[in-house]
Design a protein around this ligand. Structure first.
Ligand code: FIX
Ligand code: ZN
Length: 432
């Protein structure tokens, strides 16, 4: 094989590739494209600190497997009592081997706190001493994130009034207009839209559709969201004879085109299979991704950010992404965010899509979770990328440090930034 085709002057040697990837992963500030975090100007909506970290619904689900406490008994406890019970059960009486429990260990270790403490006194004292604004900067630095994307619900009675007071925008927190209550539960929520001053009714008349679009435009102006989003059940179909399909077709997708933003669809939950454990009660199901195919075909001017919850749907999502450039797959969502599955999904995405996808989002609900979720992502990504470049070298082409930098920037920053036109928005915000 001609040596210049593999190792021109700037190509890295095989021994240099791994360390270069680690360094580029470490030095690239990631954009976290989907979280449930909130900017500080939205008041107490943002969750942080050890009691919130321990009462995360992932850990609550695990508590009920190890403890004899019933959900009713658990819900009757205070937040501190719940956290104490979870710490004792999952971290003292048992070994924190799961992804979610190891995450707590990683967060405590990141702040040099005792990961084998018998109780939460030291951790509580530490977090109580933190000032939120500086704590956020420290957490983002530890996580290696420059900015996160929120989930903002215009029909949430706790959140909507805060937006109506025009909270100070925050360049590290991008808004998202979340539409689950409108798209999935129109029958239960149309009255709330009406009470907000929009001439809508349950039947999707022409006026109702026009008023839903006015609602979306008003909330776009208020929130400046980078995309609109909705979680959809594993049974989601499109087209279908339903209010959801009609609202998607007549209101949401035309509004996204008019406002110039993508629509994120997260497909696959089986909601509340065990309501007794509340947020922890959702499960996962294989969806019929022909719905995604029909959306991409029927709405080629719309851009779709798609994440699917079933491991069994991942390969076909990659195939669809090869058919439709307006489809951007993102993340290893929820029950998939475990190294064994993240590795499988990411490898098949690179093999089928190159660097034209978004490998991960954190889905963080509590601020400090980004520390472990992004540390885990870097740890899982490094060998996968190393293997990809080694295969390339074996096939006859070396890789330079600049190319590795470019690829990692695409995967964790610019694929998203370009898809949502982030630069235009920041420039606009900067000009404003
Ligand atoms: O719909 C969503 O945004 C899901 O991510 C959440 O509802 C889910 O509870 C979660 O946080 C998963 O990680
Ligand atoms: Zn989420």
């Amino acid at each position: 094989m001609n040596p210049t085709t593999i190792n021109d002057a700037s190509s890295l040697t095989p021994e240099q590739i791994g360390p270069a990837i680690m360094e580029e992963l470490r030095n690239t500030p990631f954009i976290d494209v989907h979280t449930h975090l909130f900017m500080p100007s939205l008041g107490n909506l943002g969750l942080w600190g050890i009691d919130e970290l321990l009462t995360y619904h992932y850990l609550e689900a695990e508590l009920f497997r190890f403890s004899s406490v019933t959900p009713d008994q658990y819900w009757s406890l205070s937040k501190r009592e719940q956290a104490d019970l979870i710490w004792r059960t999952l971290f003292v009486e048992n070994t924190p081997l799961s992804e979610a429990t190891r995450g707590i260990v990683a967060v405590l270790a990141a702040f040099d706190l005792d990961t084998r403490a018998k109780d939460l006194r030291e951790a509580r004292a530490f977090f109580q001493n933190q000032k939120l604004e500086t704590h956020i900067q420290r957490v983002f630095e530890l996580a290696g994130t420059s900015e996160v994307v929120m989930t903002n619900d215009p029909l949430d009675p706790a959140e909507a009034p805060l937006w109506e007071k025009s909270p100070k925008p925050d360049r590290q927190f991008h808004a998202v207009l979340r539409l689950d209550r409108i798209l999935n539960k129109w029958q239960q929520h149309w009255k709330q839209v009406s009470e907000a001053g929009y001439r809508v009714q349950e039947n999707l008349t022409g006026q109702t559709i026009a008023e839903v679009r006015r609602f979306l435009a008003d909330w776009f102006r208020r929130m400046q969201p980078v995309y609109m989003a909705c979680s959809l059940p594993d049974t989601f179909q499109f087209p279908e004879d339903s209010a959801r399909a009609e609202l998607l077709k007549q209101a949401v997708l035309p509004s996204c085109r008019e406002l110039g933003i993508p629509l994120s669809l997260m497909i696959g939950p089986r909601y509340q299979v065990n309501p007794a454990i509340r947020l922890a009660g959702d499960a996962a199901g294989k969806a019929d991704l022909r719905a995604v195919e029909h959306l991409c075909v029927q709405f080629p001017e719309n851009r779709f950010l798609i994440s699917v919850l079933s491991r069994e749907n991942q390969h076909e999502l990659c195939v669809y992404a090869r058919k439709f450039a307006n489809l951007l797959p993102f993340g290893c969502w929820w029950f998939l965010n475990n190294p064994s599955i993240v590795e499988e999904i990411t490898r098949e995405r690179i093999e089928m899509l190159g660097a034209s996808f978004i490998p991960q989002h954190s889905d963080a609900r509590i601020l400090e979770q980004v520390i472990y979720k992004w540390r885990n992502t870097r740890r899982t990504m490094a060998p996968i990328l190393t293997n990809s470049y080694e295969l390339l070298a074996r096939d006859g082409r070396g890789v330079t440090r600049a190319e590795i930098h470019r690829d990692i920037d695409k995967l964790f920053r610019s694929n998203f930034a370009q898809f949502v036109h982030l630069k235009d928005r920041n420039d606009h915000a900067g000009a404003a």
